[in-house]
Design a binder for this molecule. Structure first.
Ligand code: SF4
Length: 373
């Protein structure tokens, strides 16, 4: 993989300024419809600075035949204003593969951009900030997976999509938080085994283990955002907000899921809110998820007790603008890694979608878990 690491990812303000049109009557007219999407939290005083950026980004997108893939954890100015395709990492990867655009700009973290490049090797894939990493992806290397394979030669290895291309290339199949349980059970059935290695999120693996009779061999990686939630925090919020519905992402510790009303991937959490429309809801996940749902559900009170992902926060409107203007930073993945990582992703995509998307609602039992890291 070749990536140019820049000392400063976002150019100085003078460089950005030179890319922006003046906020005149014409730009105001052309960006009015965008302002309507964010006027509940962006003042008319602050809008011209944002509107100029949105206008410049849209213009460059058109010139360069580019689409912007915005993850659910992107802040509302990116998610609502410039995201052409919005969703969780699996949805973004799938849509990226279908897109006819020549360039993809990943408003998300590095492993997502690599996944887009693996699925779309002929497209130019840009990420505004190469230092937008992920604590899960950083927790394991390809060499460590090779070592596990030699220790457990007859045990299939499932890797969460939150891993580098090199790690995916060493694994048998990928999974997401939407389909983790189904993937683990499907690969065990295919190999005729009762043990599966699941990398690298210990909490996701333990949450899967509590809902399958299989033994799960876990790696001790974790998401620095979700591992911070605690059952005590949930109890305190329930005392302060009686009746609040608590939804947790399965990267949270098992005790947190036990204290929640529902658990699932970001797409599943979104669907739950759309379907149930509770009066008050607490989303135990990255803060931007609530921010993005508020505009769709102004009548719901989103109780705020969330954590920000420092990696996602590195992506900004200025970074996206510079990415398009200067072609930075292009993601490339070595062909031999692309071919093998693609195999693991395709194995996942070939499985039917789960009938019940969030199977973390299945009752938990004593899990069979062995730590392998
Ligand atoms: S929220 Fe967690 S899993 Fe997602 S990018 Fe940030 S550190 Fe990684």
């Amino acid at each position: 993989m070749t990536v140019t690491l820049a000392r400063s990812e976002v150019p100085p303000s003078q460089q950005i300024e030179s890319l922006l049109p003046p906020y005149d009557a014409e730009i105001a007219r052309q960006t009015d419809a965008f302002y309507a999407r964010v006027e509940d939290h962006v003042s008319s005083h602050d809008w011209p600075a944002m509107g100029r950026r949105v206008h410049a980004i849209k213009k460059l997108q058109k010139e360069q035949d580019a689409v912007i893939l915005a993850h659910n954890y992107m802040p509302p100015d990116i998610y609502a204003l410039v995201g052409d395709i919005c969703g969780d990492s699996l949805a973004l990867a799938r849509e990226a593969a279908k897109s006819k655009a020549r360039t993809l700009v990943q408003a998300g973290v590095h492993f997502m951009a690599e996944t887009s490049k693996i699925l779309c090797p002929d497209k130019r894939v840009l990420i505004p900030d190469t230092q937008a990493g992920c604590s899960l992806a950083a927790s394991i290397t390809g060499a460590q997976v090779r070592e596990l394979k030699s220790r457990y030669p007859n045990v299939p290895i499932v890797t969460y999509v939150n891993t580098s291309a090199e790690v995916k290339a060493e694994c048998d199949i990928c999974c997401t938080s939407s389909n983790a349980l189904n993937v683990v059970e499907a690969i065990a059935a295919e190999w005729g085994v009762d043990r599966v290695i699941m990398l690298p999120d210990e909490h996701l693996a333990r949450n899967v283990a509590a809902r399958t009779p299989l033994s799960i061999l876990v790696w001790q990686g974790s998401c620095e955002v979700h591992e911070q939630f605690t059952p005590a925090q949930v109890s305190a919020i329930r005392r302060r907000h009686p009746g609040v519905r608590v939804l947790a992402h399965p990267e949270c510790p098992t005790e947190v899921l036990d204290a929640a009303d529902f658990s699932g991937s970001t797409a599943d959490l979104e669907r739950w809110v759309d379907d149930h429309r509770p009066e008050q809801v607490l989303l135990l996940t990255e803060c931007s998820m609530s921010d993005n749902l508020i505009s769709r559900h102004p009548q719901i009170e989103f109780v705020r007790s969330c954590n920000l992902c420092p990696h996602m926060q590195r992506i900004t409107l200025d970074g996206i603008l510079a990415s398009l203007a200067y072609g930075r930073h292009e993601i490339n993945v070595e062909e031999s890694i692309t071919v093998r990582a693609r195999r693991a992703i395709d194995a996942m995509l070939a499985l039917p979608d789960p009938v019940t998307p969030a199977d973390f609602t299945r009752p938990a039992h004593n899990a069979h878990v062995e730590v392998v890291s």
